[in-house]
Design a binder for this molecule. Structure first.
Ligand SMILES: C[S@@+](CC[C@H](N)C(=O)[O-])C[C@H]1O[C@@H](n2cnc3c(N)ncnc32)[C@H](O)[C@@H]1O
Length: 476
């Protein structure tokens, strides 16, 4: 019998410590998982709310790093977590998995000391999951902390020689079918440079934090004006209108951005608009169409260039709420423009109305994985086939909208071959009176553009999103 004095006193109940950065990160991951929210849309309001309640700036930076880092590396972390528990991952509650992935990220990819990463994540688990599940989290994180990321990868990734795509999928945290599609596309455009090293460079680039790039809309702002506001910004690699911002720089504080004379725009998107505008054209050059304009980034650049040349822009978008975003992006454009909500496959305009036409079609977005880290986990292979009919119809509509001699640009933010060359080839098979324009000379200075006539940009080669552009001319 134990004497009362030897009996362990019950531990006083301790309230878990609230850690705003990790709570915000957890809530953002839950929203991405439960509501299919986009991290870049869901995180800013959560940060604002937490900052209003007193969260410090550096905690906001930590929350941001935890969300994006965890989403990017989720495939790798899932494989590691699976090796640390004795049941299939699908039997673990998603909120528990989110906490475990947040912990894995801190342990394996940040400078946070292991003991702090474990204890802070277990505290988070106590707050958001309760004491019972916090114990489970504690046990799993302790197992994860037993070795570093390289050792874990060695343990959980199948050897490259046995299954190259599976190996790369685990090491670089992409679904296997995405690895496979990107590799196929790379092989199509870079036949001499599409080996293991190149595809690994591409997958790594997808996991890099992308720079924020501004566009100074010509005639409305200059790169120098932007640089005055953000002196650490550097010139774009390719676009004369681009300023690449230093990490942490806040574009919202720039007057030209607030006034819509400049905007945030990846250089790949700038190049698509610039190449379309630069394509040689015989005859009048008075009316341009952006047939898939929402939310309006390319339309705003095209509108500014059109204004300088005395041309008018029609910016058309099917979704009325996105058409409103286009109107906002174009507000203050110095030249004539119209924004309409219309279906590009059932045009609201007479055939042959336009001198230049852009269709930047809805696509899988596999070219912008740097910015939308969650997209890779949400997309399914069947989505690609799902976009095909609309992409073809929109291209056919664009060709019809162009006058004879007019130029059509077909763009996607995906390098997937089924969304790029296959669409254009298919449509051209059924259309007489359309010819290719070599897009490469319209993108001066860019290396690795292959044999043309269309172009595929790559994050690892060009530092841009993986935009695709085919330029066509209507000849009859
Ligand atoms: C890739 S986004 C365009 C991005 C835009 N060019 C930019 O730079 O901001 C494709 C757009 O096409 C719109 N869309 C989808 N189906 C359409 C259709 N049938 N006609 C016109 N627009 C359509 C989508 O709502 C979406 O806003």
């Amino acid at each position: 019998m134990t004497t009362p004095s030897a009996k362990r006193a019950p531990r006083p109940h301790r309230r878990p410590k609230k850690d705003p950065a990790r709570i915000v990160a957890f809530r953002a991951l839950r929203a991405v998982d439960e509501r299919d929210a986009y991290a870049n849309l869901v995180l800013p309001p959560l940060l604002r709310e937490a900052e209003q309640k007193g969260m410090e700036r550096r905690d906001a930076a930590l929350a941001t790093e935890l969300v994006y880092g965890t989403l990017r590396q989720q495939g790798t972390y899932d494989a590691i977590i699976a090796a640390c528990i004795d049941r299939p991952l699908r039997e673990v509650d998603p909120p528990v998995l989110d906490v475990l992935a947040l912990g894995a990220h801190q342990l394996l990819a940040t400078r946070i000391p292991s003991h702090a990463a474990v204890s802070a994540t277990v505290e988070l688990a106590r707050v958001v999951l309760g004491d019972g599940r916090a114990k489970f989290v504690n046990a799993v994180l302790r197992r994860i902390s037993a070795q570093d990321l390289d050792a874990w990868i060695e343990q959980v990734a199948p050897p490259y020689d046995e299954d190259a795509e599976d190996h790369l999928a685990v090491v670089h945290s992409h679904p296997r079918w995405v690895v496979s599609s990107l590799w196929d596309a790379l092989g199509r455009w870079q036949p001499d440079a599409s080996g293991r090293a190149a595809v690994e460079d591409l997958l790594r680039a997808d996991n890099d934090r992308p720079e924020v790039t501004l566009v100074a809309r010509p005639g409305r702002a200059t790169v120098d004006e932007l640089r005055e506001a953000l002196p650490e910004g550097v010139d774009g690699r390719w676009s004369p209108y681009a300023l690449r911002l230093a990490e942490g720089a806040d574009p919202a504080g720039v007057t030209a951005v607030r006034e819509g004379r400049a905007g945030v725009q990846d250089e790949g998107s700038q190049l698509v608009a610039l190449a379309l505008a630069a394509a040689p054209l015989d005859g009048p050059d008075r009316v341009w169409l952006d047939g898939c304009a929402g939310p309006g980034g390319k339309a705003a650049l095209l509108g500014a260039i059109a204004a300088e040349r005395g041309a008018a822009l029609v910016a058309s978008e099917k979704q009325p709420h996105r058409a409103r975003l286009v109107a906002r992006a174009l507000a203050g454009n110095p030249g004539p423009y119209t924004v309409i909500a219309a279906d590009g496959t059932r045009p609201a305009w007479a055939p042959g109305s336009f001198d230049r036409v852009l269709v930047d079609v809805p696509c899988s977005g596999l070219g912008a994985l740097r910015r939308r880290p969650e997209a890779r986990w949400r997309r399914r292979p069947e989505d690609i086939a799902g976009f095909g009919p609309l992409q073809r119809d929109l291209l056919r509509g664009a060709i019809r909208a162009a006058r004879v001699g007019g130029v059509v640009g077909y763009a996607t933010c995906s390098p997937h071959l089924a969304e790029t060359r296959a669409v254009v080839d298919d449509v051209l098979r059924g259309e007489s009176g359309v010819e290719w324009i070599d897009a490469r000379p319209l993108l001066p200075g860019l290396p690795g553009l292959g044999e043309g006539p269309d172009v595929q940009l790559w994050p690892h080669l060009h530092g841009t999103d993986a935009m695709y552009l085919a330029l066509l001319r209507r000849t009859a």
